[in-house]
Design a protein around this ligand. Structure first.
Ligand SMILES: Nc1ncnc2c1ncn2[C@@H]1O[C@H](COP(=O)(O)OP(=O)(O)OP(=O)(O)O)[C@@H](O)[C@H]1O
Length: 252
């Protein structure tokens, strides 16, 4: 499904998102302000910024879960704004993986059924060798027959990670994937996302509030007031925290 190894997996061009609210549409919030950003293949990028800086809006626009007011998003070279709703739904299902803070597993399905759901929906059969590698990667082989309510939060999130990867998507978008987890479970999930890049050549884009989570990434993008205001390669938790303190001073 990859188009070329040099083009970014995901590219947002001139993205703006404006919310008009209030009783007569008189309250205007610019959540994204002309953002142009690319996410190289086989890299793990974290997106950070103060509360309200536009992180979730950017992720949702990139992932085709929300429409920008203006600008374009390319996933693996496909301009998502040119797609009909049906094709956009198919692209999200087949070429994009999602991990959300709230796991979003189907409660009536087992862990295995949840993991292969995107393939079932697409009428595709699992590549058994790859499925085995993913299941061993998330350490869930002995839990495949369990329903979500028989799993810990960390196990449920690892099921969600396996589900996100099983289609070999162009990119996995993770929105605060460790927001509901303790530090051990967080480390398991982040370690798996890291290995998915290093071992499976996956591309991961993750929104997080936690410098220790961002330190798993290859690079951190910083947002403030709907704009990209900086980036950090080879982040450590300390360096990310320092940048965040500076940004929060500017925004305050
Ligand atoms: N549906 C909406 N209607 C009006 N304004 C919105 C809507 N969604 C988001 N906003 C505003 O857009 C801005 C960016 O919001 P967004 O949720 O993307 O920020 P964030 O950086 O993810 O914040 P947080 O870290 O608190 O989750 C904020 O000012 C927010 O209030």
């Amino acid at each position: 499904m990859r188009t070329s190894n040099t083009s970014p997996a995901v590219h947002g061009r001139d993205l703006s998102k404006v919310y008009d609210s209030g009783s007569s549409g008189d309250v205007r919030v610019v959540a994204l302000d002309d953002v142009t950003v690319g996410f190289p293949r086989e890299q793990f990028t974290a997106i950070m910024g103060p509360s309200g800086s536009g992180k979730s809006t950017l992720l949702h626009c990139l992932a085709g879960l929300d429409q920008p007011t203006s600008g374009q998003v390319f996933i693996g070279g496909t301009d998502t704004s040119s797609l009909s709703d049906t094709r956009l739904t198919a692209l999200r299902r087949d070429r994009v993986g999602f991990v959300f803070q709230a796991f979003n597993l189907l409660p009536t399905l087992t862990a295995w059924e949840n993991i292969v759901l995107p393939l079932d929906l697409a009428g595709r059969r699992p590549d058994q060798a790859f499925a085995d590698a993913v299941i061993d990667g998330v350490g869930l082989r002995h839990r495949l027959g369990h329903k979500p309510n028989q799993l810990s939060g960390g196990q449920q999130q690892r099921v969600a990670c396996a589900r996100a990867l099983i289609t070999k998507p162009e990119v996995v978008f993770a929105d605060e994937p460790t927001g509901a987890l303790d530090s051990k479970a967080s480390a398991d999930v982040l370690g798996f996302l890291r290995r998915s890049v290093d071992q499976f050549g996956q591309t991961v884009v993750m929104v997080t509030h936690e410098p220790s989570a961002a330190a798993y990434a290859d690079r951190v993008l910083f947002l403030a007031d709907g704009r990209v205001v900086g980036e950090l390669a080879g982040p450590t938790a300390e360096r990310v925290l320092d940048r965040m303190k500076d940004l929060e001073k500017v925004v305050a």
